[in-house]
Design a protein around this ligand. Structure first.
Ligand code: CAA
Length: 390
């Protein structure tokens, strides 16, 4: 396995996108990552350049503004971006998996032209809005409503934790059209942020991924034409879950990148820093931590790449890849936290300083265990799939 990569899964094309994403991250993102983390500003300029590189629509065919590559290429590119900065990775992952994937799979030709082309080419920013203040893990309990009125729906409600909410141009939004039907009464809509009735709410002051903007959004008598409904009435919950299966592979790739960054910093520090007359990497207490980090990273990589392979196969077979995605996200996110925690500890005092990047990796790692389904939800999904019990 040259360079520690599971080469048996990778083609030359995958190696090329890895190198392109790695070079871009080193040259364009590394110099600004700490500054944007500190300010919490949205990194518009680098996101625009990522669009030019094709990173905002990696799996979208070229005729719809994307790069026309496969699911593994997407996971690899995201891993490399997140090795340098998870905030840029979050923005990239929402565009690619939570926005583009759903429109590719469920959108009409007209919706693809109108919404997918600008987002996949990086000219516009996409978002996904499922969560509400009282509806997180139990996603089917949402209170927002869309009421059909002739040729349009009128949408009212408050959505929360919308990644890219403060800047998004277009949002796939899930809301209740038939409260009697439970999860079968939820419908998906394409929202245009320039239209009346769309209001951006409070921006969240976050622990990590601070350059990725997150906010509430409020719909006040927002008129959504029927042609902007994604899928059929009542199909929204299944669309949301199908899209989250794809999203979870993106977060798993992000977690893998954060884990690798934490590990690489730890190895370098353990090779240089001396205490009690020797390199700290010579102490078994440090050496064994490095061994555990490395092993968990390689296991995560196999789970992530395998889930990406299953997702790619599903494009022709139609088979769900729910189990593979949930296992990859669960294991890789807990590995990111494990590695970032160890990295801060190995660095000692300087690990706690903003002059070194490991404290940022530590803050950024935590979200991967929470968003797009907490670790508890991943365990629930995996166990339900295996036992068939609920
Ligand atoms: N693919 C397709 N269909 C699916 C599915 C999947 N992965 N998972 C469930 N379904 C279908 C079921 O087959 C079922 O279909 P029927 O109507 O035919 O019976 C239906 O959906 C309901 O399924 P469940 O009964 O299993 O639903 P549930 O209410 O028990 O919830 C859950 C299941 C897994 C807990 C789900 O609610 C869930 O994933 N919760 C977590 C939500 C989440 O991840 N939120 C994050 C939002 S995004 C975000 O973080 C912000 C951001 O911007 C990044």
């Amino acid at each position: 396995m040259p360079g520690g990569q599971p080469g048996f899964l990778l083609t030359n094309e995958h190696e090329m996108i890895r190198q392109a994403a790695r070079d871009f991250a080193q040259n364009e993102i590394a110099p600004i990552a700490a500054e944007f983390d500190e300010s919490g500003d949205f990194p518009r300029e680098t996101i625009r350049k990522m669009g030019e590189m094709g990173f905002m629509g990696i799996e979208v065919p070229e005729e719809y503004g994307g790069a026309g590559m496969d699911s593994l290429a997407y996971a690899i590119a995201l891993e490399e971006i997140c090795k340098v900065d998870a905030s840029h990775g979050t923005i990239m992952s929402v565009n690619n998996s939570l926005f583009n994937y759903g429109i590719m799979k469920f959108g009409t030709e007209e919706q693809k032209q109108k919404y997918l082309v600008p987002v996949a080419s990086g000219e516009a920013v996409g978002a996904y809005s499922l969560t509400e203040p009282m509806s997180g893990s139990d996603a089917a309990t949402m209170r927002s409503r869309a009421v059909k009125n002739g040729d349009h729906y009128v949408i009212n409600g408050r959505k929360s934790w919308v990644t890219s909410g403060p800047v998004a141009d277009y949002i796939v939004l899930y809301t209740v059209t038939d409260p009697e039907q439970g999860h079968r009464g939820i419908t998906a809509f394409m929202i245009d942020a320039t239209k009346p009735g769309f209001v951006r709410g409070k921006k969240e002051p976050k622990l990590g991924i601070r350059a990725s903007a997150t906010s509430e959004i409020v719909l006040e008598d927002y008129k959504c034409p029927i042609e902007d409904r994604l899928g059929e009435d009542g199909q929204g919950f299944k669309i949301a879950m199908t899209v989250l299966d794809a999203g979870r592979i993106g977060i798993a790739a992000q977690a893998l990148g954060i884990a690798e960054a934490s590990y690489n910093a730890s190895v370098s520090y353990a090779q240089e820093r001396e205490a009690f007359g020797q390199k700290i990497g010579q102490f078994q207490g440090i050496a064994f931590q490095l061994a555990d980090m490395k092993t968990r990273i390689e296991a995560s990589r196999l789970l992530v790449y395998n889930a990406a392979r299953a997702k790619e196969e599903s494009k022709t077979s139609g088979e769900r890849f729910t189990l593979q995605a949930a296992m990859a996200k669960l294991y890789a996110s807990e590995t990111a936290m494990f590695c970032a925690h160890a990295a801060v500890q190995i660095h000692g005092g300087v690990g706690y300083s903003k002059e070194y990047p490991v404290e940022r990796y530590f803050r950024d790692a935590k979200i991967t265990e929470i968003y797009e389904g907490t670790s508890e939800i991943q365990r629930l999904v995996i166990s339900r799939m295996e036992t068939g019990l609920r």
